[in-house]
Design a protein around this ligand. Structure first.
Ligand SMILES: [Mg+2]
Ligand SMILES: [Zn+2]
Length: 197
């Protein structure tokens, strides 16, 4: 029987890259500082890397799902050129108030629901209890906790206040906040090092 892997599942917009509103073109992809270094550290610690992203622009008719998938492929190549393998990108194209009938509904995958994380876990054999969901919004953390993973919040500048208002996240021992992805990656390394000695 194959052993289940620990993973880091990352939000895309506002976590890997600057949160352009409805990012759809690679020209507008602006990675946040030191994100590739952080991902290399996490990868070296034995975590498989994934992305889980809400893309309601598809339901809203702003761009087709194929545009999201093409952009994700380019982002994957960008990181691969920097020594980082993102194993898979999960996308929720839905929204309850969309304009494209095919994608207009309440679904089980739009964060804060845990559907994308559960799907990735099934597809790739992940041990969610040893995994982290990392994002810049409260709904990212909520999805992670709902999936049985640990959650990491890296609020975008000015986003702390919004997160403080989410009561389900208060005093949750499985949720931690960091200023940058690199700070989180270093802390993971610190934790593992402490097990060795
Ligand atoms: Mg985000
Ligand atoms: Zn969905």
């Amino acid at each position: 029987m194959k052993q289940l892997s620990p993973a880091i599942i990352l939000d895309r917009d506002g976590t890997l890259c600057r949160d352009a509103v409805y990012l759809s073109r690679f020209e507008d992809f602006e990675p946040l500082p030191a994100v590739d270094a952080a991902l290399r550290l996490l990868q070296d610690e034995g975590y498989l890397l994934f992305v889980a992203t809400n893309q309601s622009g598809v339901a809203r008719g702003m761009f087709p799902l194929s545009t999201v998938e093409a952009l994700n492929a380019q982002i994957g190549e960008y990181f691969l050129e920097r020594g980082v393998l993102i194993e898979d990108f999960a996308v929720c194209p839905h929204h309850p108030e969309g304009t494209v009938p095919e994608y207009t509904r309440s679904c089980e995958c739009r964060k804060p629901k845990p559907g994308m994380l559960l799907d990735l876990a099934r597809k790739h054999g992940l041990d969610l209890s040893r995994s982290y969901m990392v994002g810049d919004m409260a709904r990212d953390a909520e999805a992670g906790l709902a999936a049985g993973a640990r959650a990491v919040l890296i609020p975008a500048t000015g986003g702390e206040a919004a997160i403080a208002g989410v009561s389900s996240l208060d005093n949750n021992a499985r949720l931690k906040e960091f200023k940058t992805l690199l700070d989180f990656a270093r802390s993971v390394r610190g934790v593992d090092a402490s097990h060795v000695c």
